[in-house]
Design a protein around this ligand. Structure first.
Ligand code: ATP
Length: 216
C-alpha cells in the first residue's frame, strides 16, 4: 500500500507529523510520504516559497525512517491538482497496488470543488481524518461521497487498489499553520507547536515576518 499525505505545509507542524505517524501505524505501512503542493489551487499564495516549505519538511522528518517526502508537485510546477498527481502515481504503481491519499476533514469538506474530483476515487482510496472544528455537514457532497464509498476497516483498503473512503479518528491536535504564522507575525512564540529545528530555520530566514536576530 502506498500512502501519500498532501498539504501546503506552510510551515509543517506537530499536527501534521503526529498524524503522519498515526497513519503509518493504523494503515500498517512502512512509510507515509508527505507531499507538499506547489501552487495550492484553493488558497491565495503561501507565506514561504515551495523550496522553503520543502526544506522545512526535510528538517522535520530527518531521522524518522517512516516518514518520507515526495516533491513531485514542486517538480511539476504550476497549479497542484490532486487528480494529476494521483494519475501520475497510478501509472508508476500499476493498476493493482492500493494507493491511499490522506486528507483532513477541512480539506475534504470542499472535495467537490477540486479539479476533476469525480476521477479521484477511481485512482486512490481516501482516508479522511477528523480535524478539530471541521465537520462534514449532512447532505453535503463530501458527506454523500463518504457514505457511498465508506470503508469499515483498514483491510477494505488493502483489498482493492482504489475507491474506498475511510473515516479515521486520530488523536486530536488543535494546531494549524495559520495559528503558527499568526503567532510569529504578532511576535509571540509558536514554540512546541512545531519542531525546534524548523522554528530555528524560520528565524534564520525571517519567514512569516520572524525577526532573524531574535531568539526563538
Ligand atoms: P493552514 O492553517 O495554513 O490552512 P494547516 O495547518 O491546515 O494549514 P495544511 O498544510 O493545509 O496545514 O494541511 C495539510 C493536511 O493536513 C490537510 O488535509 C489538513 O486537514 C491536515 N491537517 C493539518 N493540521 C492538522 C491537525 N492538527 N490535525 C489533523 N489534520 C491536520
Amino acid at each position: 500500500m502506498h500512502v501519500i499525505y498532501g498539504g501546503t505545509f506552510d510551515p509543517i507542524h506537530h499536527g501534521h507529523l503526529r498524524l503522519a505517524l498515526e497513519m503509518a501505524d493504523a494503515l500498517q505501512v512502512e512509510r507515509v510520504d508527505l507531499m507538499p503542493c506547489h501552487i495550492p489551487p484553493h488558497r491565495s499564495g503561501t507565506g514561504a516559497t515551495s523550496a522553503q516549505r520543502l526544506d522545512m519538511i526535510r528538517i522535520a522528518i530527518n531521522g524518522e525512517s517512516r516518514l518520507g517526502v515526495d516533491d513531485r508537485e514542486l517538480q511539476r510546477g504550476g497549479a497542484s491538482f490532486t487528480a494529476d498527481t494521483l494519475l501520475q502515481l497510478r501509472r508508476e504503481l500499476g493498476s493493482e497496488q492500493p494507493l491511499v491519499m490522506v486528507v483532513g476533514t477541512d480539506a475534504f469538506a470542499s472535495f467537490d470543488r477540486w479539479q476533476e474530483w469525480r476521477e479521484i476515487p477511481g485512482l486512490a482510496h481516501i482516508v479522511v481524518v477528523r480535524r478539530p472544528g471541521a465537520d462534514l455537514p449532512q447532505g453535503s457532497p463530501a458527506r454523500c461521497l463518504l457514505d457511498e464509498r465508506r470503508a469499515v476497516r483498514v483491510s477494505d483498503l488493502q483489498q482493492a487498489p482504489a475507491g474506498k473512503i475511510l473515516e479515521f479518528e486520530a488523536p486530536l491536535m488543535d494546531i494549524s499553520a495559520t495559528g503558527i504564522r499568526q503567532r510569529i507575525a504578532d511576535g509571540r512564540s509558536p514554540r512546541y507547536l512545531l519542531p525546534d529545528p524548523v522554528l530555528q530555520r524560520i528565524h534564520e530566514q525571517g519567514l512569516y515576518g520572524a525577526c532573524p536576530d531574535r531568539n526563538f
